[in-house]
Design a protein around this ligand. Structure first.
Ligand code: HEM
Length: 415
């Protein structure tokens, strides 16, 4: 089968609902055409970059390969609708992920220190209490669909607590995030333009939630991330309303579907590798390594795009100014050159230079928080939940943006 026949799969959301197939497709691309010109019907052409070193080479040169205007691949119909709805900018709201250069540096600098481990340490008790609540919830029933009733709620509650968002807003914010990050799931019958319209409405609904929070923090500042943002200044001026909303939106959305997908994928991987689960129970000191392996294995952010600002040769392929490049993180995390036994799930893997959090100046702002959440949950889970069995069909979310298990039915006893 010629490599070009993979093009329809590379752009397909459904590819990520079939993990085995996704691994085969990426392994072939890495072996035969690692920087692959993808020309799928209904999509703009782009280069699929599948090897770890190449993803890093592109992301390291953030002045040559920009995040603006778009970081997720859109089909031609979605693209046309997006450009129409955004007066040609491609963005409903400017957020960190779409910014470049000095603007990105200044905006990221506002919260960079807040997201570093030395600051996050003081949130440890809060994160652990959220993990305890979730395992308490599991304890009530002895069975659950982990991917539906636990995984999405835990990071949502953590990030919303950090932002200080009242609990009654949480369910709606979860629904809106899923609409933005996995819009094709359960909506196969809708046209691309309809999906774009739904996304626009979701942005509007997010704005309503956060505007209320912003007004509240202005009136009554607290010691939380929301207050930090509301009081933040760049060159002596406070952030404008759109800048603030963009910040809230990116922290809120980037912070939970990703972590939820990693958590559910990680638990699934441990259950599918009982020797690794047993070893983790015996040797809790391996928890940090297990979390890194879970992140590598899950790589739930399926891609980000970059746009070339100048001609460039990448692994012998001539990239032209204006070309679009897809950073295939799940592929990079299985690259044989970095992980010769990458097909094995090994909680003691060292070093573990995965690219689940990306690379360079845009590398995940919340990565230390995500690690902290995963560790806190797994520690609580391993201490209290025993005899865990997969108890029904496991399915995966069909999205090439952020995805992981859709259903993970479990049966267990409590210690
Ligand atoms: C960016 C993955 C959790 C906030 C990113 C990127 C990836 C990623 C791949 C793009 C990196 C690049 O372009 O090189 C993940 C994964 C997570 C996770 C796998 C969970 C396991 C979080 C959390 C937060 C967060 C908990 C915040 C609370 C962000 C932000 C950006 C980002 C703000 C944009 C950074 C920028 O463009 O400067 N993340 N993320 N993420 N992430 Fe995460």
């Amino acid at each position: 089968m010629p490599i070009a026949e993979l093009d329809e799969e590379i752009v397909s959301h459904r590819l990520f609902a079939d993990e085995a197939r996704a691994r085969v497709v990426f392994a072939r691309l890495r072996a035969e055409d690692p920087v692959h010109l993808t020309q799928a019907k209904g999509y703009p052409p782009f280069w699929a970059v599948t090897k770890s070193a190449d993803v890093a080479e592109v992301e390291r040169q953030n002045d040559r390969f920009l995040n603006a205007p778009l970081v997720f691949l859109l089909d031609c119909e979605e693209y046309a609708q997006r450009m129409k709805d955004t007066n040609g900018t491609g963005q409903y709201l400017r957020t960190l992920v779409n910014m470049d250069g000095a603007e990105h540096r200044a905006m990221r600098g506002l919260t960079q220190a807040w997201f570093m481990p030395h600051n996050l340490k003081r949130l440890d008790a809060l994160v652990r209490s959220r993990a305890t609540e979730m395992v308490d919830l599991m304890a009530r029933t002895g069975e659950c669909d982990f991917a539906q009733s636990i995984a999405p709620w835990y990071p949502l509650r953590v990030i919303m607590s950090l932002l200080g968002m009242p609990e009654e807003h949480h369910p709606d914010l979860l629904r809106l995030t899923q609409q933005l990050l996995a819009p094709h799931e359960d909506q196969q019958q809708r046209s691309s333009a309809d999906l774009e319209r739904a996304k626009k409405q979701a942005f509007g609904a997010f704005a309503t939630h956060f505007q209320a929070l912003i007004a509240q923090r202005r009136a009554e500042p607290r010691d939380d991330l929301a207050t930090l943002l509301v009081q933040a200044q760049i060159d002596g001026r406070p952030l404008g309303p759109q800048e603030l909303l963009g910040y809230f939106l990116i922290v809120a959305t980037a912070g939970h579907d990703t972590t939820a997908s990693s958590l559910a994928s990680g638990l699934l991987a441990l259950l599918q590798h009982p020797d690794q689960l047993a070893r983790l129970r015996r040797e809790p000191a391996l928890l940090g390594g297990a979390v890194e392996e879970i992140l590598r294995w899950a790589s739930p952010v399926r891609h980000f795009m970059r746009t070339a600002q100048e001609d460039y040769v990448l692994r012998g392929r001539q990239i032209r100014k204006g070309d679009y490049l897809m950073m295939c993180y799940p592929s990079a995390s299985f690259d044989e050159e970095v992980f010769p036994d990458g097909h094995l799930f090994r909680i003691d893997r060292t070093p573990n230079r995965h690219l689940a959090f990306g690379f360079g100046v845009h590398a995940c702002l919340g990565q230390h928080l995500a690690r902290m959440e995963l560790k806190a949950f797994l520690a609580e889970f391993l201490a209290r939940v025993e005899d865990v069995q997969i108890d029904g069909p496991v399915t995966l979310v069909a999205s090439n943006q952020v995805s992981g298990p859709r259903h993970l039915p479990l049966r267990y006893t409590m210690a």
